[in-house]
Ligand binder design. Sequence first.
Ligand code: ARG
Length: 471
Amino acid sequence: MRLWGGRFEGTTDERVADFTRSIELDRALAIDDIAGSIAHVHGLGRAGLLADDEVAAIVAGLEGLRGEVRAGTIVWDPALEDVHMNLEAALRARIGALAGRLHTGRSRNDQVATDLRLWLRRTIDGLDGAILGMERALVGLAVRDGEAVMPGTTHIQPAQPVLLAHHLLAYVEMLERDRGRLADCRRRANVSPLGSGALAGAGYPLDREATAKELGFDGVTANSLDAVSDRDFVVEALAAIALCMVHLSRLAEEITWWSNPRFGFVRAADSFSTGSSMMPNKKNPDPAELVRGRAARVIGSLTGMLALLKGLPLAYQRDLQEDKPPLFEAAATLEASLGVMAGMISTLTVDRERMRAAAGEGYVTATAVADALVRRGVAFRAAHHVVGTLVAEAERSGVGLEALDDATIAAALAASDDGIAFTIMGDAALPGELRAAAGLDGALAGCDVVGGTAPRRVAAALAVARARLGV
Ligand code: ARG
C-alpha cells in the first residue's frame, strides 16, 4: 500500500515506480533513519502528542527494527519506494496501527535531510580514521627509509636534493589539511533539520532543540525552507573528499614512476601489484593507477552535485534524491583508496642507492654551490651566473660539480664581470669549499630553515608527526 495513496485513484505505472524508487541506495541510511525516528517520537511525547506508553511501544518497535537492520535480516520491499516508507511499514507490521502516529509533525523532506546529516557525521568520523591510517603509513616509511636522498624536481627536471622523509611528510601535511576540511564540514553539517516539516515548519509545538540534542547535533537549522533544500554539506563533503583523492592520486602517480626500472627508487610488494595476461615480465602498480583513475570519478561526483543544485528553486525538489549516489560512492571510494594506498606504502621497498645515484645527476647541488659563494660575500645574481658556467663546463666534460679542478673554478670566477672581489677570487681555499658544497650532504644541510629539508629540520618534523600519530 502506498503511504501517500489517499488522493490517488489509479495505480502507479510500473515504469514510474521503478524510476522513482531509491530503496536500493537509501537503505544505507536505515540506522540513521531509526535514530531520527526515536528522537522524534520522544519529542512527540514531550509535546503531549503521544502518551508515555505509546512512546514506549513505538520506540521498542523501532529498536527491534534496528536489531533487524544490524543483523541484516530486515527485508526491504522495493514496492515501498524508499527507506523511510519501508521502515514505517515494517514498524506497522510489528506494532500495528500505532505506527501511524510516528510521522506526526514530520515530512520525508526534513527526515531525509536529518538522516543524511547523521550519515555524513559518522562517515566523516570513519574517513578521519582512515586518513590517520594513511598518515601513519607515510610516517612509518619515513622512519624506515626517510634518510634516503632523492632528486627533488621542478618542471619534472632534477632541481635540488631532498630527503625521502621530507617528500613523504609533504603528503602528511596535505592529509592533515584534508582532515581539517572534513572536520569543518562536519561541524557545519551538524545541525538538526527535524521540525522543519515538508518546507514550512511542523504544525505542532515541537521542542526542536531537545530533539537535536538527543541526536548529538550542535543546534537546529534556522530556516525551514533552507533546512529541507540545503545540500551545501554534501557539496562541502564531496569537495573535501575529492581533494583528498587528488592528493592520493598525486602520490599514486609518483609511485608508478618511481617503480619504473628507469627510476628504480621503489619496489611495490607482490601483494600490492598485479601482472599481465600476456607479458610474463610485467609487474604493475595497478592499485596506485586505480586510485589515480578513481580520483576522476570522485571529481565527477563533485561537479555532478554542483550541477544538480544550480537550477533548483526552493524548497525540496525530488532531484535532491540524486544527492546520495555521488556522496555514497565518493566516500566509499576514498575509504578504499586510503586503505589500499596505506598498504602499498607500508610494504614498499626503497632502493636508497638508486635514489642517491639519481640525486647525483642533473647538478642538483648547483644552488648550494651558489649559496656557498654568497656566504663568501658574492652577490647572488653573480654567484648564479658563475655556477651556471661551472655547470656548463662540467656538462661538457661529463663530470659532477664536485670533480671540477681549481683552474676551472678560478677561470669561471675570473670571467665573471659582476665585480667579484679579488680577495675572494684569490682565495686558494675557495675551490675546495665549492667542491664540498657540491656534495649531496652539504646541499641538504644547507636548507636549514623551518620547513626545509636539512636533516635536522626533517628529524624535528618527523618527531612532531610521530608524537601526534603515536608511531
Ligand atoms: N527518497 C527521497 C530523497 O531521498 C526522500 C524524500 C522524498 N520526499 C518526497 N516528498 N517525495 O530525497
